[in-house]
Write a protein that binds this ligand. Structure first.
Ligand code: FDA
Length: 389
């Protein structure tokens, strides 16, 4: 079988690219080893797929070259994807911070992309395993579980390493290396953080407690909810900061993000209340008790001196921990790093050293924040590639 374009990976970026190329009259085949189509879209956004973010801009992405994503995001915009969703009559709503979710189910997005591919005459090869990829003089040759397939253009859209239990593999990175392209270091991103049991002992029984805070690692700061877990911290603000955290460094949490904790404590300096009860006016009760007890200050506030209240105020604004690690790819939403953007054209996603070979979506060293940014990168990079192959 020979086609103009083979797309490997029928996920978000792959289906976007395949239908755009098909609509241009290209003969396109899309290959995926999974039994079920686009499992990552299906489980995304708690089953409702946070498919884009109204505020998506290059600053919301991590990459060795932060400017690389600019061109694709400008050429296939958030509005362009919303138009597609609206043309398919899919109901959606903004949840918070510009995050758009399906009203009903992520399956609506999968059906939309599958229908677009079918209308564009894309051939499906799935489940189909790829054993070997070779460059011949005129084409690429793929040895697969469904026989040999040759193509003029080969697009790799195999995604990242997160959630291996639903089919993530490192094939895309292997193909990049096979063709002499650099792959930047890979790590789990948007992932819960773990702590040494001894550091976290006072809080380990508070699993499930969640509240608003500012998290900070280096210059990166996020204000959203944090969630205490048995082994450490999760919740949107922690997932966000995890992508910036470097092993061996601390993360800092501001538990009092709206005003000065010290001033607030000092206004209550004559209170008879136990410190834990006072803190519980601003923090969940069980957390407030653990915090006061860890600081060995759980006594009537009027018994605490000014210095103690000031120190406590500072700690409320900078609760610092050195994570021992992360929960890894099993729990990560994305993979940081990937095919080095220096190797690719930002306009077409074609490899400079290997004409005819393209990389799109998460396999590329472009990682978005939590909140619909990763899908927007998949749509934008897939679309510009589909227009070029
Ligand atoms: P994607 O992972 O979508 O597709 C890759 C495809 O390649 C898969 O179909 C896979 O089977 C196939 N493949 C892999 N190896 C292969 C091989 N060896 N042979 C053949 N096929 C192979 N983002 C966001 O913006 N909003 C959200 O709400 C969420 N929510 C979310 C929840 C969870 C639990 C996770 C794990 C991730 C998210 N994300 C997200 C991230 C988002 O899902 C992710 O960034 C995109 O799906 C990436 O799109 P790609 O097309 O690059 O990869």
């Amino acid at each position: 079988m020979h086609v103009d374009v083979v797309v490997v990976g029928a996920g978000a970026a792959g289906m976007m690219c395949a239908h755009v190329a098909g609509q241009r009259g290209k003969r396109v085949a899309i290959i995926d080893h999974a039994e079920k189509l686009a499992e990552k879209i299906r489980i995304s956004g708690g089953g409702r797929c946070n498919f884009t973010n109204l505020h998506a801009k290059p600053d919301n992405y991590l990459s060795n070259n932060p400017h690389f994503c600019r061109s694709a995001l400008a050429r296939f915009t958030v509005r362009d994807f919303i138009d597609l969703v609206e043309r398919h009559g899919i109901g959606y709503h903004e949840k918070t911070l510009g995050q758009l979710f399906c009203d009903d189910s992520a399956q609506d997005i999968i059906d939309m992309l599958r229908n677009e591919c079918e209308d564009a005459g894309v051939s499906w090869l799935m489940p189909c395993k790829i054993d070997k990829v070779e460059r011949k003089t005129e084409c690429f040759l793929l040895a697969t579980s469904r026989g040999e397939i040759s193509c003029d253009k080969l697009v790799i859209a195999t995604g990242g390493l997160s959630i291996p239990q639903i089919g993530a593999t490192g094939l895309g990175y292997d193909i990049a290396r096979q063709f002499g392209l650099n792959v930047t270091p890979l790590a789990p991103g948007l992932v819960p953080l773990t702590f040494q049991p001894e550091d976290f002992a006072p809080y380990a029984d508070l699993s499930g407690i969640s509240f608003d805070a500012i998290t900070q690692s280096g210059k990166a700061r996020f204000r959203e909810a944090i969630l205490l877990t048995h082994r450490g911290l999760s919740g949107p603000a922690i997932l966000q900061v995890s992508s910036y955290w470097k092993p061996g460094t601390h993360i800092h949490l501001d538990l009092f993000p709206d005003d000065s904790a010290t001033e607030w404590l000092l206004t209550h300096r004559r209170s008879d209340m136990l410190l834990a009860n006072l803190l519980a006016q601003r923090l969940p009760k069980r957390f407030a008790t653990a915090f006061a007890e860890t600081h060995q200050l759980n006594q009537p506030v009027k018994q605490l001196n000014e210095k103690q209240l000031k120190t406590l105020g500072e700690h409320l604004h900078s609760w610092s921990f050195k994570p021992s690690g992360t929960l890894g790819y099993k729990k990560a939403e994305v993979t940081l790093g990937g095919v080095d953007t220096n190797e690719l054209s930002s306009k077409t996603m074609e490899a400079k050293k290997a004409p005819g070979l393209y990389f799109i979506g998460e396999v590329v060293d472009v990682t978005g924040w939590l909140g619909g940014f990763n899908f927007q990168w998949a749509w934008s990079s897939g679309h510009v590639c589909g227009q070029s192959v």
